[in-house]
Write a protein that binds this ligand. Structure first.
Ligand code: ZN
Length: 273
């Protein structure tokens, strides 16, 4: 059960209530050990200023969300590749442990899943080449298969790790329990990943009767995911990083006071994570 100091706040969890500064100050108030900003929050104040604020409060940066979206323009355009390079630069500036990749869905107007996979892998390879210069790890986040069409066509730990095997050093996975809890291979694939490729651990919960496939994530303990079990598998491989809380919740947690959200997150860290 992670203590507050062993947890990290993904800024998406309080995205409606807090700008980056408010999220950072909230973490400090609640003794939360780390933060994982989204790029839109970073760009509000700029990466340099963000870096300074984060350092001033002694927070670890468990990741930067996100790079990827390689299939967005139908080919690997300079705009797509440059945006990923910029994401690498930002991640380096704020001292992030990794750059989280949401890789992009099926190419617009096509049924060509295979070419989409290929483009994603090429985009990852090119971004990795750039990130290696700064020793910044790239973390593929496999998304639940329901997002294969529109957000990410890498949908299992197996697929993500196959890509890692082909691309070599400097790339691993961000394991988000929301996306992979259902997978019968999860334990085996965590073992396969090992410490070196487990770059981030994201938690929230899956409501039994979820009413929105994007914006109805639950607080840990409010759903069907056995988070302590999955965490035990990750820790068995030697993962000793923070546990990052990432909750998209339009009707519940985004409407609550940010301090209540953070207080609840810390309590559920101890009781349900
Ligand atoms: Zn995540």
């Amino acid at each position: 059960m992670p203590t507050a100091a062993q947890m990290s706040l993904n800024t998406a969890t309080v995205k409606e209530q807090c700008n980056l500064q408010q999220a950072i100050e909230g973490c400090a108030r609640h003794g939360i050990g780390g933060i994982s900003p989204w790029r839109d929050k970073l760009q509000e104040c700029g990466a340099d200023e963000a870096s300074k604020m984060i350092k001033d409060h002694g927070l670890e940066v468990t990741g930067l969300c996100r790079g990827g979206w390689f299939t967005a323009e139908g080919s690997l355009t300079n705009a797509v590749l440059d945006d990923n390079k910029q994401a690498v630069d930002e991640a380096v500036t704020i001292g992030a442990n990794c750059l989280v990749m949401v890789v992009g869905g099926v190419l617009d107007g096509t049924t060509d899943l295979q070419s989409s996979h290929q483009m994603v892998e090429e985009g990852l390879a090119k971004t990795l080449e750039y990130a290696r210069q700064f020793n910044l790890p790239i973390a593929i986040e496999p998304l639940h298969p329901m997002y294969a069409a529109d957000r990410a066509c890498v949908n299992s730990m197996r697929h993500a790790l196959d890509i890692c095997d082909r691309l070599g050093d400097g790339i691993g996975v961000a394991l988000d329990v929301y996306h992979v809890w259902w997978d019968v291979e999860l334990e085996a694939q965590i073992k396969r990943a090992g410490k070196d490729r487990l770059l981030a651990f994201h938690v929230c919960d899956w409501h039994k009767n979820t009413n929105d496939l994007l914006l109805d994530r639950g607080m840990m303990g409010d759903g069907v995911i056995n988070i302590p079990l999955i965490r035990s598998w990750v820790e068995r491989e030697g993962y000793d990083g923070l546990t990052e809380v990432e909750i998209f919740s339009a009707e519940k947690w985004w409407k609550e006071d940010a301090d209540l959200v953070m207080r609840t997150m810390v309590e559920r860290g101890l009781s349900a994570t």
